[in-house]
Design a protein around this ligand. Structure first.
Ligand SMILES: [Zn+2]
Length: 462
């Protein structure tokens, strides 16, 4: 295998053992290839029978399915910027035109035959990338593969823009992605009254968006804006496109036991579910793609080895944030709704498997429970639920604002408003916010330390 670095790197040793500069490389590379073919075994021609493209937050992955293992080389060319992939003794039977290149650094893909037997694929690049390539052997799902990763490089101009924004004091809003579950072909759970989960959760989501958009420093984006189905994996893709800081999936499910009731908040579990209900609900939700018509293939189904490692690495960090924000939301929901479990639950919900975005799933209640079903249909209760969800989200972001946001710049200026949750004490709130109980009492004109759930108190700036 011959591999080459990006132009601009220091001269390095070639196959021939010479140190060369950039301008000499293409010729030497050809020479090396010729040498290789001279000593190669009799020509055996393989076939690239499929190609897949995955866009990750920091890289684009191309996977070529090969009829057998093959030698390959990858190198970059400038003006215009290209990445060249050569695969020895190979022909192309896959349709490169089928790849969706939107949102990737690749503008076009071309292919051709070299020396009458090697496949050359040229990627025309619109963005700078750092390439990496490796072969993958066959497993039960796939045969031999060639993986090409194109890692994104932040350009100088992008950096400059961000620096200017930072230095001029433009502070961005914190973006909350609201995912109303189900939709279209998939009604979600259906109440005895005929009420559909998909309609209830869209109504709550719309209320939540209004509440968030009213708050300075925050903005909401609805993942689903009407009655249509979005595949589970696509929901997180949309959230990523909208650059959300938090993904909140809203549901109102059914349980096999109609007596089951109460709100719950879920975060992803990398291992098992924390309760039987959690396992049951996760299985239900994950079946949604079969009902609603996903029409797309998930990374997790396609290539567990490839996707798994990358996902797991970044997921651990966001999982902690998800648990933190989930606990705040659960605490606030305890003020208005009966809770199914007093702690945040964890299960393997597909919709929460976004490696880079903290994500929670809020079960606003069980639509299968006659009492809760009636409540969930009421606009007043929907509004209360939406307010409680945002109160928790707000609390979380005021504790841990992302850098560069309006909240980060302003959280210590002026008063903060704290919404009392079940289990709170005034002394606890005082300690948490680094103020004295006396200061809290004076600041809010309170005569006693008695507080009630849902009450808003102002925290003086210290
Ligand atoms: Zn649901």
């Amino acid at each position: 295998m011959v591999s080459r670095r990006l132009p601009g790197s220091v001269p390095r040793r070639t196959l021939a053992g010479l140190y060369v500069d950039r301008t000499m490389r293409p010729r030497l590379f050809l020479f090396a290839l010729l040498l290789l073919s001279t000593f190669s075994s009799p020509v055996w021609s393989g076939v690239v029978h499929d190609v897949r493209l995955w866009r990750a937050p920091d890289h684009t992955r191309l996977v070529f399915d090969l009829s057998g293992a093959a030698e390959h080389s990858v190198f970059s060319l400038d003006d215009p910027s290209r990445l060249v992939i050569d695969i020895r003794d190979m022909t192309l039977a896959a349709d490169l035109g089928r790849l969706k290149l939107a949102n990737t650094p690749i503008s076009t893909l071309r292919s051709g035959l070299r020396n009458g037997k090697d496949l050359r694929i040229v990627l025309d690049l619109a963005e700078p990338i750092k390439p990496r390539s490796f072969p993958l052997g066959a497993n039960d799902q796939y045969g031999d593969r060639l993986v090409i990763d194109l890692y994104d490089i932040k350009t100088e101009s992008q950096k400059t823009i961000e620096d200017v924004i930072a230095s001029e004091g433009f502070e961005r809003e914190i973006v909350i992605g609201i995912d109303a579950g189900h939709g279209g072909e998939d009604p979600g759970a259906i109440a005895a009254s005929g009420l559909h989960e998909k309609d209830v959760v869209l109504a709550i989501s719309r209320r939540l968006k209004k509440i968030i958009d009213r708050e300075q420093g925050f903005r909401a984006e609805l993942i689903r804006t009407g009655d249509y189905y979005i595949p589970l994996r696509k929901r997180t893709d949309i959230a990523r496109d909208k650059r959300v800081d938090l993904f909140v999936s809203v549901h109102a499910d059914a349980f096999k036991n109609p007596a089951a009731r109460g709100a719950s908040v879920f975060a992803l579990s990398p291992s098992g579910a924390t309760s039987e209900t959690a396992r049951y609900l996760a299985e239900r939700e994950n079946r949604a793609d079969l009902i609603g018509g996903a029409g797309s293939v998930r990374i997790s189904d396609k290539d567990k080895v490839l996707a798994g490692v990358l996902l797991d690495l970044s997921m651990t960090a966001t999982l902690n944030s998800s648990l933190d924000v989930g606990s705040e939301v659960l605490k606030q929901m305890g003020g208005i709704a009966r809770l199914h479990k007093r702690h945040i639950e964890q299960a393997g919900f597909l919709v929460l498997k976004s490696p880079d975005i903290p994500s929670i799933l809020v079960e606003t209640g069980f639509i299968s429970n006659p009492t809760e079903s009636r409540q969930l249909a009421s606009p007043g209760y929907q509004e209360q639920l939406a307010e409680a969800i945002f109160a928790g989200v707000r609390q979380y972001f005021y504790k841990r604002p992302p850098p560069g946001t309006w909240v980060a710049a302003n959280k210590d200026k002026g008063d903060r408003v704290y919404v009392i949750a079940r289990g709170d004490t005034l002394s606890g709130i005082a300690a948490e916010h680094n103020v004295s109980v006396k200061a809290l009492l004076q600041h809010n004109g309170m005569k006693s330390t008695t507080i009630r759930v849902g009450q808003r108190i102002r925290i003086p700036s210290t």
